[in-house]
Design a protein around this ligand. Structure first.
Ligand code: ZN
Length: 267
């Protein structure tokens, strides 16, 4: 599933193609991926200019010249790309938005866990936690003190910190030398400091590499990411730890695959 670095890369690669452009034609596929259901997206977008494209958590947020906003969430398999109008349309294309330079913004999502959600002029949902790249250690400490769950599970909770998923939770905990099983509220100040710094550095390096492509993820130009070859623990079961050569272990925690070094990350 695309996480913060992948979504940021999509935003960064789409910005030059989309911002300042006007939608001239909107086509929706047969499956309704627009929320709230029944909303008239075609009429709401037609002739509107995109004034801003930004990321919030794992959402790609569009601001229009009439002040309305909507976001696209890529879900598990979503791809959002700018294409020439002549490019062949992929199966499972749910949105084709033709721009005033005749290029097309296309949203493809075979498994349909993604969505296009109209926000109108309402503010962001208050349920999202802080952005990890801008987060202070003291804020993070407060968030972690609020849950009894294991730190790995807490990191996946978008209300505690927004934008992290399975890959970057595992990578950040390994970089910080913290067991995924440690109860979040039992982390001490030194551990929270290390984790705050590790999350930022892992996410920044992943953005620098254009994100991780495991299966479907591509950026706004249709290109795969490069960070998957630099994963230290995620999907590295049985391989030697980068620091201590102990075999990386995989367990299932809260229903999710969790990868860690049993030596560097002991409880
Ligand atoms: Zn190790």
């Amino acid at each position: 599933m695309p996480e913060l670095p992948e979504v940021q890369t999509v935003v960064d690669t789409l910005q030059p193609c989309i911002v300042g452009r006007r939608f001239v034609k909107i086509e929706l596929g047969p499956h309704d991926v627009v929320m709230p259901g029944g909303f008239g997206l075609v009429a709401a977008l037609r002739k509107r200019t995109v004034t801003k494209l930004a990321r919030r958590a794992k959402r790609i947020v569009f601001t229009l010249d009439d002040g309305n906003r909507f976001f696209i969430h890529l879900g598990m398999t979503g791809q959002l790309t700018a294409e020439s109008a002549a490019a062949e349309r992929k199966k499972h294309t749910h949105l084709v938005a033709t721009l005033d330079d005749s290029r097309q913004l296309r949203f493809v999502d075979p498994r349909r866990f993604g969505e296009i959600r109209w926000l109108g002029r309402s503010p962001d949902e208050a349920t999202l936690g802080p952005e990890p790249l801008a987060m202070r250690q003291s804020t993070f400490a407060k968030q972690l003190a609020s849950t009894r769950r294991a730190i790995k599970i807490a990191l996946l909770d978008q209300r505690i910190v927004a934008g992290i998923g399975n890959i970057y939770a595992d990578e950040s905990l390994h970089a910080a030398g913290i067991s995924p099983l440690t109860p979040a509220r039992e982390l001490d100040d030194a551990q929270i400091g290390r984790l705050t710094r590790s999350i930022k550095s892992v996410l920044r390096r992943a953005i620098g590499a254009g994100g991780s492509t495991l299966r479907d993820y591509v950026n706004g130009r249709g290109e795969a990411g490069g960070f998957q070859s630099r994963h230290r623990v995620y999907n590295q079961t049985g391989k030697p730890c980068h620091h201590c050569k102990t075999a990386i272990k995989r367990i299932v925690l809260g229903g999710r695959s969790t990868h860690f070094c049993p030596k560097c990350q002991h409880v």
